[in-house]
Ligand binder design. Structure first.
Ligand code: UDX
Length: 445
């Protein structure tokens, strides 16, 4: 059977990883962007962001002719059978999502489809609040294409669950596939595409309506964010009980199959391009329906105050932070990415600067993104050891693998006064507290 050809609108994590995923399995994929620099770079095999192993995979599919990026959206749509929309849905100042990119992309796709006779399937992959596909995408599509969904157009909502740092792996090995369908035919086409794509490894496929598919994405992210704020709450309680340790508690509760061990790592809170935005959007969306989502608001409140824990622990060690030299290890919102969006390092650094501290930071890949946020307000080191030199206190903000390898001696030998705040629970408290002043999230003093 001839493989369907695919166009993808949007060149962020979801767009690029979906494109590379399909291309890797031999589908002809055309991505499109309005940014000439991005297109040139993708066509050279250089992804627009850092992600482990992504460049290698992109180069391979570009070289083999399975993936190309064009500035001509119409050509991309007309030469393919299925189009995925994977454009960004950023937050507005009131927390609700901004659907401008979705609206513009849908209109452009529809204008191209106006010139096409054959049936075409449009799949919304972007995270959108319930009702968006039915009430915004569908009418925009029908009006500008002069076609009708369910007649000569197919429409599905198919949320994506990939994580940064393991984006391609997640694309190729999802836990489940959600297909929200406008008509059975649209769902059948998408299901057969995924069955062909994953073959024997096809995960469970849930077919449902458009609104449920849209809400599944928010419910998943809000639930994971809830687990994090929950474990951080217990961690904060631990800190007030001598000898209590969140690591043992998380391990123990995680063994209960109903709870599961995942997403129970206590720390300085969640960041990134999804959780903060999606939690906010769900709160704003519920409010628009007249429902006050108290639980989700509490999840957000806990997360907003969690970075402050690092500051409080540093103050316990140093007293006043004025003119104290602080080493900050880890700037990215999580390891294996250079993404600084909503990174916990941002509120921590801002607070340290407000308190008059002198901050030196190091991150294996996020320094250049951090420079665009902090400029010369902080210093940047080119290694973890250099970052520690002559400092009074070190805060671990992101759990990069290379920080896990540091020994108590590295801190003792390089810092002026060896004091360490483990914000991500990467060190053994017994080993470290014997050799230096040591405090950690979720560890009773
Ligand atoms: C998340 C979802 O996992 C993914 O399914 C969705 O598609 C996009 O949003 P991502 O933001 O890339 O993915 O990273 P994730 O690994 O989920 O981590 C998000 C944040 O939570 C990070 O800041 C991380 O440090 C934090 N986190 C995660 C914790 O603090 N504790 C944990 O146990 C897990």
């Amino acid at each position: 059977m001839k493989k369907q050809s695919i166009s993808i609108v949007g060149t962020g994590y979801v767009g690029i990883c979906t494109a590379i995923g399909f291309a890797t399995k031999g589908y002809k994929v055309i991505t499109s962007t309005h940014n000439p620099k991005k297109a040139t770079s993708i066509n050279k095999g250089i992804p627009p962001f850092y992600e482990p192993d992504l460049q290698e995979s992109l180069q391979k599919v570009v070289r083999n002719g399975y993936l190309e990026c064009t500035l001509d959206r119409e050509e991309a749509i007309l030469n393919t059978d299925i189009t995925f929309i994977a454009t960004a849905t950023p937050s507005q100042p009131n927390g609700s999502i901004n659907l401008q990119h979705i609206k513009n992309s849908t209109r452009e796709i529809a204008e191209a489809l106006n010139k096409k006779d054959a049936y075409h399937l449009l799949v919304v992959k972007s995270t959108v609040v319930p009702g968006t596909t039915q009430n915004i995408v569908k009418p925009t599509l029908e009006k500008n294409s002069n076609k009708q969904c369910g007649v000569n157009l197919g429409l599905c909502m198919n949320p994506e669950f990939l994580r940064e740092g393991s984006a391609l792996h997640d694309t190729l090995n999802p836990d489940r596939i959600i297909i929200g369908e406008y008509t059975q035919k649209s769902g059948d086409i998408l299901e057969s595409l995924y069955k062909d794509f994953y073959g024997e490894k096809t995960p469970p496929i849930i077919r449902t309506n458009l609104v449920s598919a849209e809400l599944i994405k928010y419910a998943s992210n809000a639930f994971l964010a809830t687990k994090i704020s929950f474990i951080n709450t217990i961690a904060n309680i631990c800190q007030k009980i001598p000898k209590a340790d969140i690591t043992a508690i998380a391990k123990a509760i995680g063994l209960d199959k109903r709870i599961s061990p995942h997403f129970l790592n206590a720390g300085l809170g969640y960041g990134g391009s999804c959780f903060p935005k999606d939690v906010k959007a769900l709160i704003a969306f519920s409010k628009s329906l007249g429902y006050d989502s108290m639980l989700i608001k509490a999840v957000e409140d806990v997360n907003n105050t969690q970075p402050q824990q690092a500051i409080e622990l540093a103050k316990k060690h140093l007293g006043n932070l004025r003119n104290k030299r602080i080493a900050l290890l880890g700037l990215a919102f999580k390891p294996n990415t250079d993404d600084m969006r909503e990174a916990r390092s941002i509120p921590i650094i801002n607070q340290l600067l407000n308190e008059g501290a002198d901050v030196t930071a190091y991150d294996p890949v996020a320094v250049s993104n951090a420079k665009s946020i902090f400029g010369d307000k902080i210093k940047y080191a080119s290694s973890a050891i250099e970052c520690l030199k002559n400092t009074d206190c070190c805060i671990i903000v992101t759990e990069w693998q290379e920080f896990k390898k540091l020994k108590p001696e590295d801190f003792k030998q390089n810092m002026k006064t060896p004091s360490l705040i483990d914000g991500r629970r990467i060190y053994n408290p017994e080993e470290f507290s014997k050799k230096l002043k040591f405090a950690a999230i979720g560890l009773g003093q």
